[in-house]
Write a protein that binds this ligand. Structure first.
Ligand SMILES: Cc1cc2nc3c(=O)[nH]c(=O)nc-3n(C[C@H](O)[C@H](O)[C@H](O)COP(=O)(O)OP(=O)(O)OC[C@H]3O[C@@H](n4cnc5c(N)ncnc54)[C@H](O)[C@@H]3O)c2cc1C
Length: 373
């Protein structure tokens, strides 16, 4: 989110400084692991669709300028059933997705179990399950998106301080101040997009509002004909499982291994204490509980596994607002497990907020005040 804002501000010719405690793209926060699902009809709420649509335009612009491979529209299959035991992010995710597709005129197909089996035999669906297929959905490559935006920002004059940690910030009558482990800065406006570090950095209500959950991404080898899981033949998928309390989601094979994950909201953690190692037992359990019965021709042999952090709000929505104590400080917590697809457009919104420009998209659903009502 911070890198996208930096890019948009630099593109407008604004003098802008980005500060990061690491050197993005990195594997300590929420934006690593090769791929992120992108979809136009958003089950978390139809108000997200303009964000992802605009983001797709921006990814394509950046691809045109840099030659980077950022967005692959291989299609998306959501599988659900009326008697499912799990739901993804919000109640009614599947029906919300269909409603959003209808309201925004997004191309899609409804599939029954036999149609899913004949189109995508890799999924072991039950007769009671049904699907939603969206051909323009697919995946973005987060590391490449971040890398491209940062290098374009630098090319246009942005300054980036990598390996520098912000300790504290404040306001003066005419601007903001930022103190880091290496220096002191003054500026007109500040955008705070610190991901999982946000609750500690902002303190106060944010520590109560935002919960950090460790998630694990798994890549497994596939058996048989490899092209079966290539993006031309296999969509990204989200599956509200009929018989487990967690859903799963996954991707075609891109850089080795089929990536699949579930979500957990039971245990909380912090970015300073979380274990970023993945225990072999976690991998075995993932395969046994969430892969073996659902995906055909996926082997238990692990290619790799990585831990990643969700920063989650009580309603699984985003926070995109000015701090109540100063309109010069803008805060972005756009995760809850589904933020990356929107990040390019969020960069534009953050730039508009920082420059006091009118905003082309409605961000009222992302206001902080909704939590105090
Ligand atoms: C496992 C997993 C799967 C996901 N799947 C999807 C998906 O399929 N589709 C989708 O759209 N979204 C998905 N998401 C969500 C998406 O990845 C996040 O919404 C997004 O990456 C969050 O970006 P961010 O900029 O808020 O956080 P980050 O990328 O973590 O950035 C925060 C940055 O702040 C820096 N920082 C923190 N504190 C300080 C400080 N004090 N001083 C200086 N720098 C600091 C950090 O170093 C870091 O670089 C997923 C997330 C995870 C973890």
């Amino acid at each position: 989110m911070g890198g996208a804002a930096l890019y948009q501000l630099a593109k407008r010719g604004t003098r802008v400084l980005g500060i990061d405690r690491f050197a993005p793209p990195h594997e300590q926060g929420s934006s690593h692991g090769d791929t992120r699902i992108t979809r136009l009809a958003i089950g978390e709420g139809a108000h997200y669709t303009p964000l992802v649509k605009r983001s797709h335009e921006i990814w394509r612009e950046i691809e045109g300028e840099t030659g980077a491979d950022l967005l692959t529209q291989c299609g998306e299959l959501i599988i659900s059933s009326d008697d499912r035991k799990s739901s993804v992010h919000v109640e009614g995710f599947f029906q919300n997705t269909i409603n959003a597709a209808r309201d925004h005129g997004i191309a899609h197909e409804r599939l029954d179990a036999s149609q899913i089996r004949s189109r995508f035999p890799q999924f072991n669906v039950q007769d009671t399950e049904h699907g939603y297929f969206e051909p323009e959905a697919g995946f973005v490559r987060p590391e490449a998106c971040i890398g491209a935006q940062l290098s374009l920002a630098e090319k246009r004059g942005a300054e980036i301080r990598r390996g520098e940690t912000v300790f504290v910030f404040g306001t003066t009558p005419h601007g903001v101040t930022v103190k880091t482990d290496k220096g002191f800065y003054q500026a007109d406006r500040l955008v705070v997009a610190a991901g999982a570090w946000l609750p500690k950095l902002l303190g106060g209500p944010f520590e109560k509002l935002l919960k950090i959950h460790r998630q694990v991404l798994h890549w497994f080898e596939t058996d048989g004909e490899p092209s079966r899981f290539a993006p031309q033949n296999f969509p990204v998928f989200i599956w509200e499982l009929p018989d487990a309390h967690q859903g799963i989601y996954g991707f075609p094979v891109v850089d080795g291994g089929l990536k699949v994950a579930t979500e957990q909201y039971g245990d909380t953690t912090s970015p300073d204490t979380v274990s970023r190692d993945v225990d072999p037992r976690e991998i075995a359990q993932m395969y046994e509980n969430f892969v073996r019965s659902y995906l055909k021709n996926v082997s238990p042999r692990s290619v790799k596994a990585k831990a990643c952090l969700y920063t989650v709000t009580p309603d699984a929505g985003f926070i995109l607002d000015r701090l109540p104590q100063s309109e010069r400080i803008i805060v972005a917590s756009c995760c809850s497990g589904h933020g990356f697809k929107h990040s390019a457009a969020i960069g534009e919104i953050l730039a508009d907020m920082a420059q006091g420009r009118p905003m082309p998209l409605d961000i009222s659903p992302f206001r902080l005040a909704r939590f105090s009502a």
